[in-house]
Design a protein around this ligand. Structure first.
Ligand SMILES: C[S@@+](CC[C@H](N)C(=O)[O-])C[C@H]1O[C@@H](n2cnc3c(N)ncnc32)[C@H](O)[C@@H]1O
Length: 297
């Protein structure tokens, strides 16, 4: 093989195996590997397996893959491998980590991963896969997403964990000091009246819905507030040609699999706001996952 072919083949294999990498991380989290190693450093694989009630064979493999992925570190002592958390695991993968993403990982593993198992059908049908995945009708998205107390808590905790990392960048993207009464829109905003405020935050709301429903919601906000009021949208923005960034494209596909919406370009958002009556429209890319849009009446 030529060097170019070698590189192509290596990339091809990385893509093929991508899901295995995610699943290894999810599984180590679910089994409590990182939490155990946070409370007791330097354990051998057999002790870890015993404490977590798993097979020796499976645990040894899991731990060694985690070492290669740089989630764990290993030290050899007296011919035995002693495992401990790497910094990444301590920060993001333990329940107590200062930047813990533990609940989001559980949600990704149990809900998102399961829905993505039906990506082919989602692409074919152009709709979410709650029915096929969980046997839940998806005509009421609220019922599907928040189908149990456990699911609701996991999802909400996961969303909160993401904000603990990304919140600052989006909330400082614009000068929000002119706005005194700020309303973070949640709950059932299609049915309940929208209260009057100076600024409405719509974080990861519009991407759940098709265009008409977005315009309907934005119109309701427009009618509820005084001239000068603002709407701060927090979403991941697609490039205008929709060919990147990859994370935004994948999130958009996730919206297909799990919601009625999609991720959008700045121009697409501008159109929705114009249709709802808003005139002033600015957006800022943060360079991180989530970007910000500020529109004013
Ligand atoms: C993805 S969450 C975003 C929550 C929060 N803004 C954040 O960024 O973490 C979607 C929000 O839409 C609200 N919502 C309102 N009507 C809904 C519906 N019919 N289906 C799903 N979510 C709905 C939910 O209550 C929830 O607060």
């Amino acid at each position: 093989m030529s060097l170019a072919e070698d590189l192509d083949y290596s990339l091809f294999n990385d893509y093929i195996n991508g899901f295995m990498v995610s699943k290894v991380m999810f599984t180590a989290c679910e089994l409590g590997v990182f939490d155990l190693l946070e409370s007791e450093e330097f354990l051998t694989f057999d002790v870890i397996a015993e404490r977590l009630g798993t097979s020796f064979r499976g645990m040894e493999q899991l731990l060694d893959v985690c070492v290669t992925l740089k989630l764990l570190k290993v030290e050899m002592k007296g011919g035995k491998a002693l495992y401990q958390n790497a910094e990444l695991a301590t920060l993001y993968l333990t329940k107590s980590g200062t930047k813990s993403q533990y609940n989001m990982l559980l949600y990704m593993s149990k809900t998102t991963y399961s829905c993505w198992n039906h990506l082919t059908e989602a692409i074919r049908e152009g709709k979410n896969q709650y029915m096929r995945t969980f046997g839940i009708p998806s005509d009421d998205l609220f019922e599907a997403i928040y189908r149990s107390e456990e699911e609701l808590v996991k999802f909400m905790r996961g969303l909160h964990e993401i904000w603990s990392i990304n919140g600052r960048d989006v909330i400082t993207a614009f000068d929000l000091s002119p706005f005194t009464l700020i309303y973070d829109l949640g709950g059932d905003f299609f049915r309940d009246p929208i209260p009057e405020a100076d600024l409405y935050i719509l974080a990861r709301i519009l991407h759940d819905w098709e265009d008409n429903k977005c315009v309907q919601l934005l119109r309701n906000i427009y009618q509820a507030c005084k001239p000068g009021c603002g709407v701060l949208v927090v979403e991941t923005l697609l490039a205008e040609d929709k060919r990147g960034p990859l994370t935004s494209q994948l999130y958009s596909m996730n919206m297909l699999v799990q919601t009625e919406g999609k991720e959008r370009t700045p121009t697409e958002y501008h159109k929705l706001f114009t249709q709802a009556g808003f005139q002033d429209f600015q957006f800022k890319k943060t360079g991180k996952i989530y970007d910000a849009i500020l529109a004013r009446k």
